[in-house]
Design a binder for this molecule. Structure first.
Ligand code: NI
Length: 160
C-alpha cells in the first residue's frame, strides 16, 4: 500500500488512451490498493490510473459517505440530460472550471474480482463517472470548457 505521485499537465500519460486490463493479477490488485490510498491521501472523489502514471483502464471513485467503487474497463452505456457545474482535477492544479455534464450516467464495467457490474450514477457520482472515464480516454475536464472565461485560477479544490 502506497500513496503515489499525481501526474499533472503537461505529462503525456494524461493524454494517452489507456489500455484495457486483460488480467486482474496481483500487480493490478496492488495498483488498485495504491490508487485507493492515493485517493484518500488527496481527499479526492475519484482517481484514474493515468493520473498516477499507469496507462490502464482503471478508476476508483468514492462519493462521501459511500464505499469505494473500483471500475475496471468501464464504459459509459447511457447518458441522460445536461447540467452546468463546477469541476476541478488533481492533474490540473490551481484551476477550477465550469462545464456541462450529464444528469444521469449509466456505466458497465468489471469490479476488481472481474465480475461485470452496472452502475447508474446521479449527482456527484454521475459527474465522477464521466470525469474518470474521460481520463481513460486522455480527456480532461478543461477540454469541455466552452470559453476561456469559464476557467478560473484558484487554489486547488476538490478533485473529481
Ligand atoms: Ni481528474
Amino acid at each position: 500500500m502506497a500513496v503515489l505521485r499525481i501526474r499533472t499537465l503537461p505529462d503525456p500519460v494524461l493524454r494517452q488512451k489507456a489500455k484495457r486490463v486483460a488480467k486482474l493479477d496481483d500487480s493490478v490488485q496492488k495498483l488498485i490498493d495504491d490508487m485507493i490510498d492515493t485517493l484518500h491521501a488527496n481527499s479526492a472523489v475519484g482517481l484514474a490510473a493515468p493520473q498516477i502514471g499507469v496507462s490502464l483502464r482503471i478508476a476508483v471513485i468514492e462519493v462521501p459517505g459511500e464505499e469505494v467503487i473500483t471500475l475496471i474497463n468501464p464504459l459509459v452505456i447511457k447518458r441522460k440530460g445536461e447540467r452546468v457545474l463546477g469541476e476541478a482535477c488533481l492533474s490540473v492544479p490551481g484551476y477550477h472550471g465550469e462545464i456541462k455534464r450529464s444528469l444521469i450516467v449509466k456505466v458497465k464495467a468489471q469490479d476488481r474480482q472481474g465480475k461485470e457490474i452496472r452502475l447508474k450514477g446521479e449527482e456527484l457520482l454521475a459527474q465522477a463517472l464521466e470525469h474518470e472515464i474521460d481520463h481513460l480516454n486522455g480527456t480532461l475536464y478543461i477540454d469541455h470548457i466552452e470559453s476561456p472565461e469559464k476557467l478560473f485560477k484558484v487554489e486547488p479544490v476538490q478533485e473529481m
